[in-house]
Design a protein around this ligand. Structure first.
Ligand SMILES: O=C(O)[C@H](O)CO
Length: 315
């Protein structure tokens, strides 16, 4: 074992802890709930590595507290928007994420949201629970079919591609996407379009891009106005990409038909937030990567990233 010290901000699987213990001393906030800020600031003092999650804001204050020995911030997530990347780069601190690991779980959940939002599944479940099921009616709880629809993907990475691949067999007529640039692997599978074309032509629009200064607040009133009244918006990426006041308005006014959100702004979304009471909005508590397999894999991958860095520094 080297003299390295690692701070782990959450309870993680035993295998990941053992891997880290093979190369470093670890101190850990051994809890399912997020580490309080004060504890985090104390815990990171003098460490070479931080193992964190999306709930831990790793900003200048945390980096200052860690000090000049810090070599790596490894996050057990794909998203890195909770980490001050510029500050890390300025200090030569390497930032690692779990980019390949959880895309299948995330794409599966996005498909679940698409089906829930298009087929009004939560309204149906609620009707049964509330005793409002009066029998079969020709137009009651009619949703929309996926057959012959245009699927729009914003951010055609592993998750976006995964959603398109899963939904095509439902009879999707066309997949269109927008990203920073055209991607080679889209080939004949999906057509690159401008953001405005994506808004105008998507029957189902899935947000799969990262949260950056360019994508923050990307969906506001004017974007909803450009979408079809029958469109379904799915967000499994990060909440702040969508302006929630404007989304509430758009759903109430019928600018779009429905939304399925696995991410919100803020998280957790207060139970009395206007979006929670809209029948045409399905909200899940950020569970895109919540499969036993993905979470174990993510924890191991994060530990391996730290081990690789610590081992490299030793040799
Ligand atoms: O960024 C990620 O990996 C998810 O949002 C949380 O698991």
């Amino acid at each position: 074992m080297s003299g390295a010290n690692i701070y782990v901000t959450r309870a993680i699987p035993e295998e990941a802890k053992s891997l880290l213990r093979g190369v470093a001393q670890i101190s850990i906030w051994d809890n399912e709930d997020a580490v309080p800020r004060e504890e985090l600031l104390k815990g990171v003092v003098g460490v070479q590595g931080i193992f964190c999650t999306i709930s831990d804001v790793i900003d200048k204050e945390v980096l200052d507290s860690a000090g000049s020995d810090l070599r790596i911030v490894a996050t057990m997530s794909v998203g890195k928007d909770h980490i001050d990347l510029i500050e890390c780069s300025r200090r030569g601190v390497y930032v690692a994420n779990t980019s390949d690991i959880a895309a299948d779980s995330a794409a599966d959940l996005a498909v679940a949201l698409v089906l829930m939002a298009t087929r009004r599944v939560i309204e149906g479940v609620d009707a049964v629970r509330k005793g409002q099921w009066e029998g079969w009616k020709p137009t009651w709880l009619c949703g929309t079919s996926l057959m012959n629809k245009t699927l729009g993907i914003l951010g055609f990475g592993r998750v976006g591609f995964g959603i398109a691949r899963r939904l095509k067999p439902f009879g999707i007529h066309k997949v269109i996407y927008n990203d920073i640039q055209e991607v080679e692997y889209a080939l004949d599978f999906a057509e690159f379009v401008s953001f405005d074309e994506l808004l105008a032509h998507s029957d189902i629009l899935c947000i799969c891009c990262s949260l950056t200064s360019l994508t923050r607040n990307m969906f506001t009133k004017s974007e909803f106005k450009k979408m079809k009244n029958s469109a379904v918006l799915i967000n499994t990426s990060r909440g702040p990409i969508v302006n929630h006041v404007d989304l509430t308005e758009a759903l109430k006014e019928g600018d779009i038909a429905s939304a399925g959100l696995d991410v919100t702004d803020p998280e957790p979304l207060p139970v009395d937030h206007p979006l929670t009471s809209l029948p045409n909005c399905v909200i899940l508590p950020h569970m895109g990567t919540s499969t036993i397999e993905a979470r174990k894999h993510m924890a191991m991958n994060t530990a391996k990233n730290i081990v690789a860095m610590v081992s490299t520094n030793q040799s």
